[in-house]
Design a binder for this molecule. Structure first.
Ligand code: ADE
Length: 314
């Protein structure tokens, strides 16, 4: 079933000049159509490699998942979630694009857009912390991308710097939707019900929201919490809730126990304080955050948040 729905199809119409008859030839892309290169990253149950199309030379990032392992570890569900989510979100500026999926006997393959500037964690590590201008540039895009996926009925649930990639123009791309929650449209309003409270899953310790630890539910505000943690990290160089082990990190998250580093800019301090509140209903949503004075020079309406040149990183 996976192959049928997922296989990349290229349809070529060929007209016979003698009969004038047109026939459609379906050519399925497969693993033989790509050459594999360096390993770009390793997940818990996948490996991402650079791949080049034999036809066009175009670069892709191919996510390779071992079928036997997926079945043994009961992860098949997450692979399907990732694929369905990426298909729902395709063609959005802040989300990595999924081009093709296919499989062979051993593995499943996701041919993803290649983001040549790596992930946002590496950028932050390299520079220690970012200037206010940089923090504004990157956080505005991250916020707009989160807003977009929420409007499309997707809660990511594991937003963190490793899952934010940078394309050739240093524009952010959210990735890794294996733990996402895909919501159904409400019958009444025709809109996605982002307040659906679903019991489930813990993301990554440093970015997990208190409601998930306390009550084991998530709504879209968990992505807003993670956004607040990342904004803090851009300035401080480390996430707000970090301890020597996961247990102690969870304790800090539940108590919302964090401290601003010396010299932390007051405007960003105000925004982070508003976001990192324990009760999700009291946490601002995207439209409220976009109105904060920190984003006064960003126009979220006309899309220019995605058209600006990246500031020099520092
Ligand atoms: N690492 C994981 N996914 C990637 C992608 N799509 N592009 C570049 N590096 C990656």
């Amino acid at each position: 079933e996976w192959a049928e729905r997922g296989a990349a199809k290229i349809v070529r119409e060929v007209t016979n000049p003698e009969t004038g008859q047109t026939t459609k030839h379906v050519i399925k892309k497969g693993i033989k159509d790509f050459r594999f290169g360096d390993v770009l990253g390793d997940g818990s149950y996948s490996t991402v490699m650079l791949a080049r199309s034999n036809d066009s030379g175009k670069k892709y990032a191919v996510k390779v998942l071992n079928k036997e392992y997926l079945i043994r570890q009961k992860k098949v569900k997450y692979v399907n979630i990732e694929k369905n989510t990426l298909q729902r979100l395709n063609n959005s500026r802040g989300v990595i694009k999924l081009y093709f999926t296919f499989q062979d006997e051993a593995s499943l393959y996701f041919l993803l857009e290649y983001a040549p500037n790596g992930d946002f964690l590496s950028v932050m590590k390299k520079f220690g912390s970012l200037s206010e201008e940089c923090a504004c540039y990157y956080s505005a895009q991250i916020l707009d991308a989160i807003d977009f996926i929420h409007k499309m009925g997707v809660i990511h649930r594991d937003i963190k710097p490793e899952n934010i990639l940078l394309d050739k123009d240093m524009k952010i791309k959210l990735t890794d939707f294996g733990t996402a929650k895909l919501l159904d449209k409400s019958e009444k309003s025709g809109k996605y019900d982002l307040l659906e409270r679903s019991k489930s899953f813990v993301g990554t310790a440093e970015y997990v929201s208190p409601e998930l630890l306390n009550d084991n539910y998530v709504d879209y505000k968990c992505d807003i919490w993670a956004f607040g943690c990342i904004l803090f990290q851009m300035i401080s160089g480390k996430p707000p809730f970090k301890a020597t082990n996961e247990y102690l990190t969870f304790q800090k998250v539940m108590k919302v126990q964090y401290a601003f580093t010396a010299g932390f800019p007051l405007i960003i301090r105000d925004l982070v304080k508003q976001i990192l509140v324990k009760v999700p209903d009291l946490r601002p949503d995207e439209s409220q955050i976009k109105k904060h004075i920190f984003f006064k020079d960003v126009n979220f309406e006309d899309g220019s948040v995605w058209d600006k040149n990246p500031p020099e990183i520092a």
